[in-house]
Design a protein around this ligand. Structure first.
Ligand SMILES: NC(=O)c1ccc[n+]([C@@H]2O[C@H](COP(=O)([O-])OP(=O)(O)OC[C@H]3O[C@@H](n4cnc5c(N)ncnc54)[C@H](OP(=O)(O)O)[C@@H]3O)[C@@H](O)[C@H]2O)c1
Length: 275
């Protein structure tokens, strides 16, 4: 699909990150972007910092745009969709980043045939190392998915999946950064315990995690193969692995993903009567 203008509805943390990335990568120019927020002071800040136009209301913003990127909190989504719904039609594409809100719920409050794509980004998008999953709603085509992918490729990697996997995505890549911060914190604590200054230990731990992640992605090798390559017979690494297995790290991480995915299933839904 040809994207002329994009309306970013609810340009908070995620919305601002996406606007900055779209401009930096040339996906959209500043004059192709219109944003909305709630507070007047935030409106001024967006105008000043990002150089995009900021509309007074959501309806006005979507009227002249082909793409609509919905970035408000899930709790406020119903009111916003009711406000903009009548201004949308089959010529638009609504891309929603609302956590836990299925495409069917969004479609039920929109006029028939509005194409919807659901996106689940994560916070490392802030540093262009994000992981976003995309899925198509009932009326969205491959072209619509491609249009959404161009936006999220600007902040990291993108995969397209069946929507039935979105709770799993929420538990793994959306909650995952929090789990890994704990891992990094704990590794650094270990470094401190054996005498490293805390700042050095934190840098060593974080860069080691980054390096290991890049090895998995860039070599395409199974993590177990990469782990075996570090593990010399009778060396120090295998002693460390023994302690990890004793402590149940592997099973604990598996349970964390299962628990977070299960919780995602219960997240707030857009409570609205079908039209
Ligand atoms: N953060 C994450 O890791 C992450 C990951 C995946 C998905 N998400 C999803 O991303 C969405 C946004 O998250 P966030 O962290 O960016 O939240 P946020 O920083 O609170 O941003 C929400 C924005 O919506 C604006 N807003 C509220 N009501 C509005 C209305 N009626 N019309 C227009 N704008 C309105 C707010 O305006 P003011 O600034 O003026 O208050 C704020 O800028 C959520 O739905 C969340 O589920 C977040």
């Amino acid at each position: 699909m040809k994207a002329g203008r994009i309306a970013v509805i609810g340009a908070g943390k995620m919305g601002e990150t996406l606007i900055r990335a779209m401009v930096a990568t040339g996906t959209f120019a500043q004059d192709q972007i219109v944003a909305t927020v709630q507070r007047p002071e935030r409106r001024e800040q967006l105008r000043h910092d990002l150089g995009v136009s900021v509309a007074r209301d959501n309806r006005q913003a979507v009227q002249d745009s082909e793409l609509v990127l919905l970035c408000v909190k899930p709790q406020g989504a119903n009111a916003v969709l009711t406000e903009i719904g009548d201004a949308l039609g089959p010529q638009h594409l609504l891309i929603s980043i609302l956590a836990g809100v299925p495409t069917a719920n969004l479609e039920s409050v929109l006029p028939a045939s509005v194409p919807v794509v659901r996106a689940m980004p994560n916070t490392p998008s802030l540093v262009k190392a994000g992981m976003t999953a995309l899925c198509a709603g009932r009326h969205a085509s491959e072209d619509h998915i491609a249009a959404a992918q161009r936006i999220f490729d600007a902040v990291g990697r993108t995969v397209t999946l069946d929507e039935k996997h979105f709770d799993a995505v929420t538990g793994l890549s959306a909650s995952g950064p929090a789990f890994l911060y704990i891992v990094i914190e704990a590794l650094a604590e270990g470094g401190v315990k054996v005498g490293l200054p805390r700042s050095v230990a934190t840098e060593l731990a974080a860069q080691t995690c980054l390096g290991a992640a890049k090895m998995v992605i860039e070599t395409g090798q199974h993590p177990a193969v990469l782990k075996d390559a570090v593990t010399t017979p009778a060396g120090c690494t295998v002693d460390g692995i023994l302690k990890l297995e004793e402590g149940g790290l592997r099973v604990t991480l598996i349970k964390a993903i299962v628990e977070a995915s299960g919780r995602a299933r219960g997240l707030l839904e857009v409570a609205a009567e079908p039209r």
